[in-house]
Design a protein around this ligand. Structure first.
Ligand code: FAD
Ligand code: FES
Ligand code: FES
Length: 1499
């Protein structure tokens, strides 16, 4: 094998002239092997001279049979790429293995040498699923499925590590699953996480009496009660805990029997097991929750309505044996799915047998790792196996880049274009990666703990835990370090990342550095010339990301001092981030104080991260504290004042949040001061200052019984692709097989928000390896370079000017994706910058609008007499309310694949799109080929949420232009940052409103100007505004209404459809008004709501009559009862009266959501095409697309129900324009309504034709028998169904209540109740409990509907609380990936999360829907529950209101300077700054003349 040649030149090699000169001798003498030896899914694999640019993910996805591992972000923030490394456990003296979940997108390929890589394909398949895959699928843990393989693999590592093959004990508790951070590196945008946790919990094996098989060791001397509390939680949450589900324990669980009977007192099921339980949880709700029966079994029951379709024999043998022996096909449903008992689903799955798992390959036990080297003359990798080898290499070539876990380095490679021509993987060097645990006796006298520099953080967490358990408070520094590590990145990163990496990066927001600095740690570096060098931490960081580490040295050990026994010292660490789990810090701290015998400060080290360009000691504060009596208010005052001097951030400080960061600086010290006083036993300390928000194990119910269940429809059937998604077999666009001659696109994007394009030079790109060509506006006629969903106003390629950061200028295409992306970055663009308009306020000022001009008028507004209406009001309230936008963050970014056929201009256009029709239309336009030759297709999307309704279209078009030119297949999948830059988001909105009421609080007049930030083109912004206006009433009657919509034109990406389509924004304004009125009148907001609720017969502002199916009053009443709302509201008040630094809030809010494409009447149509083959199998096509919402499953259920055949006789392959012409986008929650009715229409036609045969063979005869006979009689067994929504057809401007047609076909209604707790010191919060109840009519599939409700709620929770899109002042989008943009993770969901469907009236009688004419009387559910995420916002607002009252602050709204308001999202920053306490006032940052904030939120 030829040895690689090192790069000829590399960045500033100080000693050798070239890398080649320096490294060639070493390659020839030491690094003689270029081959990586490993196992992949049990198969021996040798990778020879691998591509040096590849990560592990690049390698895996290059294998045609390993497409299950996904690329979601490429930066370690989503977990879609998770695989498991099976490796020997070096910390164990026995021959043991361990399983490490890692992010393949970051992990260096070289690192798999000698390891066993397990991907989702390695553990099971649809035919033989792993129990984990089966359970996640059957328990509805997979919707779009793009996150699923990654989540399955994180869970796999967890359950594999839970088994001890020696003792044969499998030990897993709810605590392990939820509290130990095994899932904190995985994101799911669809499910709301609850079903995934339930699937994981089905593996729990605990002593049936509630005793633990293994209890955590309580730290010696740790009498703080926290550890004890954790143990109690563990016991309480065992089998004896509140969840009455079976734990799936091999051999059966105590709950199996119990759970077969409907729970007698199910209200107790929802009793919180939180460490901070919701206030007075329900004891006797009316709506009994009956849980699905979940059990492990080896003899599954089949449900004939669902699976086991049989088919007639092929026709040729018909004459011999017509209906005798049958052939049988197998689908994913063949794995025994649920049968149901009286509408209660029974979920059965295989027992888990840990000893049948993949073993560690024997050959790897014997494998002796050798120094490795591979690469080419651009980039080269070394993997030394000994420290000496590394030092030699560093000595020869000091600028060689060391790579530990690569969690920092690979992000730099990917996003900062760092190439690191010479990279050295150091994590296989035992001297650097293995920390020796001191013996017990050594520990007693140890003065320090010595950690090897590249010890993985997970191991370090364990070491800290173990030493703390043994030494108690003397090892407080390790407990502080462990606490920081627990909330440090995700588990996958902690499994590989190191302290050395964290320290050497010298990030100012490092979480480990403050602790090490506060503890007085010393770093040991080593180089060849000097040997070991001591580097004290407090002198290590010299400037931003600059340290004193010599370039040729390696960090080898970190010495963490432990105080001598008896020393009176406390060390604590705190961190505040946007999201608790897997988030980088806003401010991160560690404090150490040592007292003398008189309780005076002997020594204090106060360290902050996030407050300066380096991790920084607070020198003034430290000095000011010396000798002072610690627990004295004057000392506190002095410290706070000094901290303000140490950290005097200006208003426009880089990173923004000056006020918040300064407030946190004070607040966290304030917390430490109290906590340390408590530790020292210096007096009575308010526990609510000390306690951080603790999250406990989540619970929750679904009211699983469905009285409306039919043979197939109404059953809780798992998503038909779920098992394929869990095994990685489900194919997304980027997983589709490669074509030999295919090319990849790389987009050239504008780096300016607004600028003239002076020149574009693509020559440098064309000179790069693998590049074929470049296309831009010059490839299209001017009139063809334009597209748009409603108005064609957006160029495909920028022409003369760029109008947002990230606008597409051109596309390079090349032989590989990496080459195309690199080449795109090499295109040189010159700009002349123009001033951008970013915010709504700026657009209003500049009069920058798109044409819209629509209004809603009701009552006196029709006569332009709103002044008269307001004159009649006793009180008038007004406000200016803003709500931020939201990134879709579907896990699968936009992707497309275009395959030209070579004949007649035909093209197969695969696209991850919700809109096949528009894809076809615009591909046809840019290629000049008629639509009938363009087959736009989509099998499934990894999430859409509206973001792929229009914004997906141009990508297919770019590829089509290139495919036509080159006559070669073209592919493109956007990187996460490109997707976030390009593809638009939910509209940020602002309302300037006025509302008048009678003195009793009856709404009399409402007027508002509502603005949405459309971005640089219109897209659907006008229609979004329409829906926003038509939901501005939420559920409340107001006789006089005037609403005006304005669509603002700005220089940001084009905002677009997003689940709810403007409605959540409109309803949010309604609720803001409700709270402002209630606060102004000093009345109960719930009473106010009830007084103003619509009554049957009243009219909305768009003059639609509220019909008899108005169920919001029922929902509020029933949910109020089942959530025990009144009682808990009172208890929240009691809690708030007793707690100074924690406040709670609770609210109960209704929603009504109009169904139909509101103002695009023509879209309210759908087609279906059903073919029954004469063997009885059915092929179904319809116009809807599958993005995880379960549409295909529901459509198959409808077809199976209507055609009288088992569900698995129906098959849907994809959505395609060759099958269904002119399909409307799958949107507006109307996918099931429209397509379901079209499917039914096709079934009706077929049933009519089959009627004679049913009569002949009997109504129960199998379909195969009926159609076989019909076929022989030459009956047409294919039918086109069609449906258009009747009744609707609203015309804007028609104000005649008698003639105006309804805007919406019906309203999906619901209510939500949430209770939260807020930490007033930090703004941190948790949702203690949420109860949701939705009216979905007769659900076609309750399991799917529950999934939509929970998933939409959590997405809404993110919208209203933590998801914040930020721009820089010059208009660059800052939030471009999971690192900067936070969506809710596993531990953000409500701790108690109950979901139910409205089924009865208040007396318990079954409900009927008199006006519902939808398919099976069901209702659309995709979007409506999202708004209920606002219950978390308003509950937080209540909590903050209580705090403001306590602090003597105004709670009155209005428009003046002193008016109080809390805009959405209620981020921790906004919550904290609204508390109005003394610390906030002290930290106030004065804005100097002309100073602007670093970031801009554009609402
Ligand atoms: C999604 C994500 C979340 C994150 N969250 C956090 C967080 O919450 N808190 C936080 O503090 N950080 C966080 N980080 C940053 C990063 O994970 C840490 O800094 C981590 O400790 C880096 O360790 P590593 O081994 O992966 O370093 P690498 O990426 O391998 O290397 C980082 C730097 O250290 C150098 N280096 C590595 N080993 C040595 C050595 N032995 N001697 C000298 N130099 C060496 C490398 O040359 C490089 O310059 C996050 C990163 C990601 C991608
Ligand atoms: S793709 Fe690797 S973490 Fe997102
Ligand atoms: S199912 Fe998790 S992201 Fe879609």
């Amino acid at each position: 094998m030829a040895l690689p040649s090192p790069p000829k030149t590399a960045a500033n090699p100080p000693r050798a002239a070239t890398a080649a000169e320096a490294l060639t001798p070493l390659i020839e003498s030491t690094y003689t092997s270029p081959d990586i030896h490993c196992y992949v899914n049990g198969k021996k694999t040798v990778i020879s001279n691998a591509n040096p640019h590849w990560t592990l993910l690049d390698y895996i996805r290059a294998q045609s049979n390993l497409k299950g591992t996904k690329l979601g972000c490429g930066e370690g923030g989503c977990g879609a790429c998770t695989v498991v490394l099976q490796v020997p456990d070096s910390s164990s003296e026995k021959r043991r293995i361990k399983h490490l979940a890692v992010n393949a997108c970051l992990f260096p390929l070289v690192g798999i040498d000698g390891k066993h890589v397990i991907t989702v394909e390695g553990i099971g398949s649809v035919d033989r699923p792993h129990p984990l895959q089966e359970r996640v699928a059957k328990m509805h843990g997979s919707q779009c499925g793009f996150c699923t393989p990654g989540i399955v693999m994180s869970l796999y590592a967890m359950i594999r590590n839970a088994y001890d093959p020696e003792t044969k004990r499998f030990t897993l508790s709810e605590r392990d699953i939820e509290m130990e951070g095994h899932l904190d590196g995985n994101l799911c945008r669809c499910t709301g996480y609850k079903p995934i946790l339930n699937a994981a919990k089905s593996f729990i094996v605990e002593n049936l009496e509630g005793q633990l098989t293994e209890e955590p060791t309580a730290p010696a001397g740790a009498e703080d009660g926290k550890a004890e509390k954790e143990v109690v939680d563990l016991v309480r949450n065992g089998c004896g805990g509140p969840s009455k589900q079976s734990c799936g324990r091999p051999g059966g669980c105590c709950r199996d029997k119990l759970s077969e009977q409907p729970s007698e007192n199910s209200s107790n099921d929802s009793k919180s097991q939180t460490s901070t339980p919701p206030t007075e949880p329900a004891t006797s709700p009316d709506n009994e929750h009956i849980p699905a029966i979940v059990r492990a079994t080896d003899k599954p029951e089949h449900d004939p309505a669902v699976s086991g379709a049989t088919y007639a024999k092929p026709l040729k043998s018909k004459e011999k044996e017509c209906f005798g022996k049958e052939t049988k096909t197998s689908t994913s449903l063949e794995t025994e799915i649920s049968s149901t008992k009286k509408g209660v689903p029974v979920v059965q799955f295989k027992e888990y047998a840990p000893d049948t798992e993949l073993i560690f390959p024997a050959a790897l036990w014997k494998y002796e790792p050798r120094p490795l080297c591979y690469g080419n003359d651009k980039k080269i990798w070394f993997r030394p196996t000994k420290l000496d080898q590394l030092l030699e290499l560093k000595d020869a070539y000091p600028s060689a880049k060391l790579i530990g876990g690569a969690s920092e380095v690979q992000v730099e490679v990917r996003f900062k274009n760092s190439d690191f021509a010479v990279s050295v993987y150091v994590s296989d060097i035992p001297e650097l990666r293995q920390t020796k645990m001191p013996l017990e006796a050594e520990l007693e006298t140890a003065k320090e703990l010595v950690v090897s520099a590249n010890t993985p953080l997970t191991e370090l967490e364990n070491i800290c835990k173990e030493v703390y358990a043994k030494l108690g408070k003397r090892a407080m520094v390790l407990e502080a370090l462990r606490k920081q590590l627990r909330y440090f990145a995700g588990r996958q990163i902690r499994n590989v990342a190191s302290l050395a990496g964290n320290i050497a990066t010298a990030s100012p927001i490092s979480d480990a550095n403050p602790v090490l600095l506060a503890a007085g740690a010393t770093l040991e570096a080593v180089n060849k010339s000097k040997g070991s060098i001591d580097l004290p931490m407090n002198k290590f960081f010299v400037a931003y990301r600059t340290t004193t580490l010599p370039p040729d040295a390696v960090l080898s050990r970190i010495r963490i001092p432990l105080p001598a026994p008896g020393v009176r010292e406390v060390l604590k660490a705190y961190k505040q981030a946007k999201r608790k789990d897997d988030d980088i810090a806003i401010v991160t701290t560690a404090f150490r104080v040592r007292l003398d015998d008189d309780n005076n400060v002997e020594e204090a080290t106060i360290v902050y991260g996030g407050m300066a360009p380096t991790t920084k000691e607070s020198l003034k504060t430290q000095e000011s504290l010396r000798g002072k009596p610690w627990f004295h208010s004057e000392t506190l005052d002095i410290a706070l004042a000094s901290l303000l001097e140490d950290y005097d951030l200006p208003y426009g400080v880089p990173g923004g949040m000056a006020d918040y960061r300064k407030t946190l600086t004070l607040s966290l010290f304030f917390r430490f001061w109290h906590e340390s006083a408590a530790e020292f036993g210096l007096g009575n300390v308010d526990a609510t200052v000390i306690d951080e928000i603790h999250r406990a194990i989540s619970t929750g119910t679904r009211d699983d019984v469905n009285p409306y269940e039919q043979r197939v429809v109404g059953k809780q059937i798992a998503h038909l692709s779920a098992l394929k998604q869990c095994t990685g077999e489900a194919e997304y666009i980027d997983d589709m097989p490669n074509f030999e001659n295919q090319l990849y696109g790389g987009l050239v994007l504008s780096s300016k928000a607004h600028a003239k394009l002076l020149s574009v030079d693509w020559e440098p790109a064309l000179a790069m390896p693998g590049v074929v060509a470049y296309i831009d506006k010059n490839c299209l006629a001017k009139e063809d370079n334009i597209w748009g969903s409603i108005r064609k106003d957006e160029p495909f390629f920028a022409d003369g000017e760029v109008r947002h950061h990230g606008q597409v200028i051109g596309m390079v295409y090349a032989e590989t994706a990496l080459q195309a992306q690199a080449a795109a970055k090499a295109v040189k663009v010159e700009y002349e910058t123009l001033p951008p308009i970013l915010t709504i306020d700026e657009a209003i000022e500049a009069n920058s609008y798109f044409p819209h001009g629509k209004m809603l008028k009701k009552g006196l507004a029709l006569q332009d007499k709103m002044d008269e209406a307001f004159a009649k009001c006793d009180r008038i309230f007004e406000g200016q309310t803003r709500m931020g936008g939201q990134e879709h963050f579907y896990l699968e970014t936009n992707a497309a694949l275009v395959i030209p056929s070579g004949e007649d201009g035909c093209m197969e256009v695969w696209s991850s799109t919700q809109n096949t029709m528009e894809t076809q239309e615009f591909v046809s336009a840019v290629t000049g080929v008629p639509s009938n030759r363009i087959n736009a297709r989509v099998k499934r999307m990894g999430g859409g949420f509206g973001g792929k309704e229009s914004r997906s279209v141009p990508f297919a078009c770019y590829l089509a232009i290139a495919a036509k030119k080159e006559k070669r297949p073209m592919r493109l999948m956007l990187n996460r940052d490109e997707d976030m830059l390009l593809s638009g988001q939910r509209h940020p909105v602002q309302a300037r409103w006025r509302v008048g009421v009678s003195k009793d609080g009856i709404l009399l007049a409402m007027e508002a100007d509502v603005y949405d930030n459309a971005g640089f083109s219109q897209d659907m912004s006008g229609a979004v505004m329409d829906r926003c206006l038509t939901h501005f009433d939420n559920s409340y009657e107001c006789p006089n209404v005037l609403l005006r919509g304005h669509v603002c034109k700005t220089n940001i990406h084009s905002n677009t459809a997003y689940r709810g389509f403007g409605a959540p924004q409109g309803m949010y304004f309604a609720e803001v008004m409700m709270y402002n009125i209630a606060e102004g009148l000093d009345v109960d907001v719930d009473e106010l709501r009830l007084k103003n609720l619509y009554k049957v017969g009243e009219h909305t502002p768009f003059l639609q009559r509220i019909d008899e199916d108005w169920h919001v009053p029922l929902l509020l009443e029933q949910l109020g009862r089942s959530a025990d709302y009144r009682k808990r509201k009172k208890a929240v008040d009691d809690f708030n009266a007793k707690n100074r630094w924690k406040k709670r809030g609770i609210c109960l809010i209704p929603t009504k959501f109009g169904l139909s494409f509101a103002t695009a009447l023509h879209l309210n149509q759908a087609g279906a095409y059903i073919k029954i083959y004469h063997d009885g199998s059915v092929l179904l096509h319809h116009g809807g697309t599958e993005m995880g919402q379960g549409l295909y499953t529901k459509m198959c259920q409808i077809a199976a129900q209507e055609l009288g055949t088992p569900l698995d006789a129906i098959f849907t392959q994809d959505s395609s324009t060759y099958q269904i012409a002119n399909a409307s986008p799958t949107a507006a929650s109307s996918g099931s309504d429209l397509n379901g009715m079209a499917v039914k229409d096709a079934c009706d036609q077929l049933n009519e034709r089959l009627k004679p045969y049913r009569e002949r063979f009997g109504k129960d005869a199998p379909l195969k028998q009926i159609v076989h006979a019909a076929y022989l009689d030459r009956v047409n067994l294919a039918a086109n169904g069609f449906w258009k929504m009747p009744r609707i057809g609203f015309q804007w401007g028609n104000y005649d209540v008698n003639t105006v047609k309804p805007m919406y076909y019906y309203f999906t209604q619901g209510a939500g109740c949430s209770e939260v707790e807020v930490d007033l010191l930090t703004g941190d919060s948790t949702v203690l409990r949420t109860d949701l109840m939705m009216d979905v009519g007769n659900s076609i599939n309750p399991a799917i509907d529950y999934g939509q409700i929970e998933g939409a709620f959590v997405q809404g929770q993110g919208l209203f609380t933590m998801e914040e899109t930020l721009w820089t002042r010059t208009g660059e989008l800052f939030t471009r990936g999971p690192g900067t943009y936070k969506i809710p993770g596993f531990s953000d969901i409500p701790q108690v999360f109950n979901t139910s469907l409205l089924r009865t009236d208040n007396e318990g009688k079954p409900l009927s829907w008199n006006h519902l004419r939808s398919v099976q009387s069901s209702k659309g559910i995709g979007e409506p529950p999202l708004f209920l995420g606002c219950t978390v916002f308003f509950a937080m607002r209540e909590a903050i209101k209580a705090a403001r009252k306590m602090n003597g602050q105004s709670i009155l709204g209005g428009v003046g300077k002193d008016a109080w308001k809390l805009d959405s999202p209620a981020t921790a920053e906004r919550l904290r700054l609204a508390v109005g306490d003394d610390l906030v006032r002290r930290a106030d940052v004065k804005r100097k003349e002309g100073e602007t904030n670093f970031f801009v939120a554009v609402a």
